[in-house]
Design a protein around this ligand. Structure first.
Ligand SMILES: Nc1ncnc2c1ncn2[C@@H]1O[C@H](COP(=O)(O)OP(=O)(O)O)[C@@H](O)[C@H]1O
Ligand SMILES: [Mg+2]
Length: 318
């Protein structure tokens, strides 16, 4: 049962943030708020400004204009404001020869966790990330998924109220990814505000309470995934055609003539249609007549990936 919660005070308030590197704008006026107990996924193509925004929120850069406040304090000017923040960088940042528990202890010391509470803090971090069974294994012997979770454990040992993860599932296989997602959900449910960047739109759609699309340094679309999808696509369904093999240029123009667009995979093409199943049947027939053999045609509700394509191609929120 989820009723619409009354938003508590935001932990992060980003207002009109502008930043440029050597005169080249990377952020052009970004507003963003993040509340306790929500997962926010920052999406956008390479170079959109995601990492720059994260650096500004962490106080690692001082933006050229606008303000960043963490619980009311500017992290670039007030170092204590950063104490409430945990950062999980994209690259695993652990000592490979130390065990998971030793790594967490090391990070706890860096974060000024009092010695008296150290053992309990390490235990809690191990439990929350479900790494207890690997506590005494050197990090270099861990699988990718355990390494990622150990990295999260190191970032949360000081009980931050804001957790930032940059691409938490890069290089993590599907099963392990679900374990990472479930750890992130668990932290959210404890009231932690989670800000993550990801290229994995399926993950964002499944995990995030809100998503924001960053394009050329501007947040061009923001909201709850379901609501954004419904608003953008209405009744339209996605028709996805998977071909038996890669096709030549003539085949490609035939598919384009049917309104199909290529996806990231050369044998998978896609199109939106309000007349989903009936249109898929007609399409199947015509493609076969043209000598193209669909291996599979799927009709499904549009996803965040479809929405992302519209935004990236400037067909939405221009
Ligand atoms: N340290 C830097 N020096 C100069 N330009 C940078 C630096 N970091 C990022 N940029 C530029 O700023 C823009 C935004 O980059 P970034 O924030 O890394 O985007 P994203 O994380 O979305 O890929 C890009 O054009 C990038 O080339
Ligand atoms: Mg980046």
């Amino acid at each position: 049962m989820t009723s619409e919660p009354v938003s508590p005070d935001p932990i992060v308030v980003v207002t009109a943030v502008v930043h440029a590197y050597g005169g080249k704008p990377a952020l052009r006026g970004v507003d963003l708020r993040l509340h306790p107990g929500e997962i926010y996924a920052l999406l956008g193509p390479n170079g959109a400004g995601k990492t720059t925004l994260i650096r500004a929120i962490c106080g690692r850069i001082r933006p050229d204009g606008g303000t960043v406040l963490l619980k009311g304090r500017d992290p670039a000017r007030v170092p204590a404001a950063r104490a409430g923040l945990g950062l999980v960088p994209q690259e695993i940042a652990l000592y490979p020869n130390l065990t998971v528990a030793e790594n967490i202890e090391t990070f706890a010391a860096l974060a000024d966790v009092p010695r008296a509470g150290l053992a309990a803090a390490v235990r809690r971090a191990l439990e929350l990330t479900r790494t207890v069974d690997r506590a005494h294994v050197p990090v270099k012997h861990l699988s990718g998924g355990y390494k990622r979770r150990a990295n999260i454990a190191a970032a949360i040992v000081h009980e931050p109220s804001l957790l930032i993860l940059d691409e938490p599932t890069v290089g993590v296989d599907l099963d392990a990814r679900e374990a990472v997602d479930s750890v992130i959900r668990g932290l959210r449910d404890l009231g932690v505000a989670v800000l993550m960047t990801t290229h994995d739109l399926d993950q964002a759609g499944a995990l995030a309470d809100r998503v924001g699309f960053l394009r050329d340094g501007q947040l061009v679309l923001e909201g709850r995934p379901r609501a954004l999808i419904a608003e953008a696509f209405g009744e339209r369904m996605e028709i996805q055609v998977r071909l038996a093999e890669e096709i030549d240029a003539a085949g490609e123009s035939r598919l384009a003539a049917e309104g199909l667009e290529r996806t990231g995979r050369p044998t998978v093409w896609t199109r939106l249609d309000a007349d989903g199943y009936a249109a898929a049947g007609r399409l199947d027939k015509r493609l076969r007549q043209a000598g193209l053999t669909p291996r599979e045609i799927r009709v499904r509700e549009p996803s965040l990936a479809n929405l992302f394509t519209l935004v990236a191609d400037r067909k939405l929120a221009a």
